[in-house]
Design a protein around this ligand. Sequence first.
Ligand SMILES: O=P(O)(O)O[C@H]1O[C@H](CO)[C@@H](O)[C@H]1O
Ligand SMILES: Nc1nc2[nH]cnc2c(=O)[nH]1
Length: 421
Amino acid sequence: MPPRPSPPAQLFPHRLPRPLLLPVTALKHLREQVFLAGDEGWTGEERTDIGGDASVSPTPTYIGCRGWPRHRVRCIAGDADTTDPSSGTSTSLRDWSSPSSENTSDGETEADVETRGLAFFAEMATQAASPSKEGRYSYEEYKETADWLLANTEHRPMVAIVCGSGLGNLADLLKEQVAFKYEDIPNFPKSTVPGHAGRLVFGNLNGKPCVCMQGRFHMYEGYPLWKVTFPIRVFHLIGVQTVIVTNAAGGLNEDYRVGHIMVIKDHINFPGFAGQNPLMGPNEDRFGPRFPPMSDAYDRDLRKLALSASRDLGFAAELHEGVYCGLGGPSFETIAECRFLNRLGADAVGMSTVHEVVVARHCGLRVLGISLITNQAVMDYNSEARANHEEVLKAGRESEKMMEKLLTTLLPRIETNNNVN
Ligand SMILES: O=P(O)(O)O[C@H]1O[C@H](CO)[C@@H](O)[C@H]1O
Ligand SMILES: Nc1nc2[nH]cnc2c(=O)[nH]1
């Protein structure tokens, strides 16, 4: 086993108080080049299936794997592993990884590989320098983003609207717009899903100061839930009181048709059953309590308001109140799963919303959830129907006007946090 030189020390100028988690996006540069060391030392095993989170230690010097589950990669402190020659000086990723990485793909030169490798390490070092603890955002980071937004716009939104798949144009309803790309906002994750533009739009909707997330984050994008829900706490810090979460969902209830609207009465947080809750980890008391109740997740007054606004608009026939089931995605459900969820009491199914709602309730925001039924869940083994994202986006566009009317009618009726018309 040839010794591996360490990446250059100057790329890791910061020392961390303790290990932290890195998002898998930090590893994307190395997808084909990462070679992992096992407990026995460097194995030269090539890994292309890296997903989930990686963690970086206080003094990361190389990537290794110590019997972690297949989807995890760990950066180990140089002095934590005897096989690491931590005094090495080479900066070449090829040298640094393993002899079998000599064959670079796609005509990449050694310099290209090295550049990508160094970009990866630089990204790691940047993240290592952040004040985040254990891979979560620190309170200061939420605050930094909130302060940045408040400094860059004079808007002071009372209501935040999260636009679901195919519903991004709802943001166009806002007047006197000030918009920011997610990539320009400190600490904000990036949108990766078609139909989720990745812009935060401030403005007034029918006189009500609002902020719209034109694109949300999902678990299936590889984001940990504390990242998926980052904007919600930022909304809280900039003074938002009410969050309207919209989504595209598959209809499980046999009465639901494409284009129908479901005001969310309650949810089933399926990933939560398996320990995937955005509030896992140390509680930040400045946001909310360790054990927040969820029996009042969807505000009763706001639901009434949405139902009465829909009736006033003549949408009663297309309107339901029901239970949303949030799954991890990205695969759509099997027939057996749809039947199972339906029997469990779910009326619609999607891959979002529940995490945002848990975090919003934790910090005391009031929540209104609105699902647009974009497809009917396949429940029949004789059906030829296949759920797909294009159909979801199309249904969103087709029902855009209806959703716009509903929000335009609804918004002015929401008064303050404790006072609904
Ligand atoms: O929940 P939103 O973001 O509206 O999108 C829904 O539509 C996408 C699948 O087509 C998934 O992302 C699902 O969650
Ligand atoms: N999980 C899931 N998400 C969706 N988003 C839109 N339609 C669906 C669906 O049928 N299932």
